[in-house]
Design a protein around this ligand. Structure first.
Ligand SMILES: NC(=O)c1ccc[n+]([C@@H]2O[C@H](COP(=O)([O-])OP(=O)(O)OC[C@H]3O[C@@H](n4cnc5c(N)ncnc54)[C@H](OP(=O)(O)O)[C@@H]3O)[C@@H](O)[C@H]2O)c1
Length: 306
């Protein structure tokens, strides 16, 4: 199997590619898309309170006819409506129409209120009650995980983070820390080098294969369904799955690392332009602003509504 399941530190397993429901909205579209993903072979659905389509994901999962144990469901505590973790997981279970989820994540460290140890103790409690099989975090940095581990009885099974070649160097300490503590890294937005910064030296299968080679579980998606003809979108999904067969050599991986470290083509062009034109207060201000925006996009700060 190309996307083999990965062991988690609590004795369970996670399918190493997941289908996410962010940006799909409500109604028929997410049902059709999750249904299509399951029909081509995805067995891992990644949703969140914040995506507001847990209900639709649940419908598609039930309509797939798969037994509950054949599908891995992740959802996230996003602090929706200011509700606490216990109330939120109970709402999510109702929305999804299941008695447990496989993985429950704190969506972002700023949602761990009143503090990380207290929020994590609540995660441990709902796990002990069987509402969630595995517990983890998302968008945590090394400092956040260190605070969590200092008081944890149960280690997080996973940390779901932004990971693609343009942020690889910045995320490397997190990857190393997670490996040391046997925490699985789940990578979201691996395709940013083609969706947000097209023109670089990588395509979708290569990016997914690179992410897999870095040891991460891939969380991807496909949001549009072409009405009356789903074939090309189905092909895209099959392309994601087939990327699991790509064997990158150490040289391939290194050249993607090196290209990634240079930053996206837009940022490189922008920097060259600035150097060429030089001076000018307006240009400098625009340059600083542009650099800040690119920096924020790369660090994921502009993306946390997901
Ligand atoms: N924990 C978090 O904070 C967090 C944050 C972000 C995302 N996530 C999770 O990760 C999932 C995936 O996130 P993402 O959307 O950022 O993932 P992604 O894997 O980076 O991007 C998926 C998008 O790539 C597009 N795509 C694929 N192949 C392409 C090609 N050859 N050319 C152009 N576009 C192409 C698809 O567009 P089409 O839809 O048009 O096919 C699809 O919407 C989300 O649904 C969510 O579950 C979690």
């Amino acid at each position: 199997m190309p996307w083999d399941p990965r062991p988690l530190n609590d004795g369970r397993e996670i399918p190493s590619i997941g289908f996410g429901t962010w940006k799909m909205g409500n109604g028929e579209a997410p049902i059709t898309q999750v249904d299509q993903a399951i029909s081509v072979g995805f067995s891992h659905v990644d949703t969140a309170q914040a995506y507001r389509n847990e209900t639709e994901a649940g419908i598609a999962i039930r309509e797939s006819g798969l037994e509950r144990k054949e599908i891995f469901i992740t959802t996230k505590y996003s602090g929706l409506d200011g509700l606490d973790i216990r109330t939120s997981i109970n709402n999510s279970l109702k929305n999804l129409g299941v008695s447990y989820v496989d993985l429950y994540l704190i969506h972002h460290p700023r949602l761990a209120v009143p503090d990380i140890p207290t929020a994590w103790a609540e995660m441990e409690a709902i796990q002990a009650e069987g509402l969630v099989k595995s517990i983890g975090v998302s968008n945590f940095e090394v400092d956040h995980l260190a605070i969590l581990l200092a008081s944890a009885k149960v280690k997080p099974a996973a940390n779901q983070i932004l990971l693609h070649p343009y942020v690889y160097a910045r995320q490397l300490p997190m990857l190393e820390y997670a490996a040391k503590h046997n925490i699985v890294i789940e990578a979201y937005s691996a395709l940013i080098p083609i969706t947000t910064f097209p023109g670089g030296p990588v395509d979708a299968p290569l990016l997914l294969a690179w992410t897999k080679a870095k040891g991460a579980v891939v969380i991807t998606t496909q949001t549009d369904v072409i009405r009356n003809s789903t074939s090309s979108k189905k092909d895209r999904l099959l392309g994601y799955l087939n990327a699991g067969d790509l064997q990158l050599t150490a040289d391939d991986i290194l050249s993607i690392d090196v290209a990634g470290a240079k930053g996206p083509p837009y940022a490189r062009r922008f920097a060259r332009q600035l150097l060429r034109v030089g001076g000018g207060r307006r240009l400098l201000t625009a340059g600083l602003l542009g650099t800040a925006v690119v920096g924020l996009m790369l660090s994921g700060h502009l993306r946390f509504c997901s």
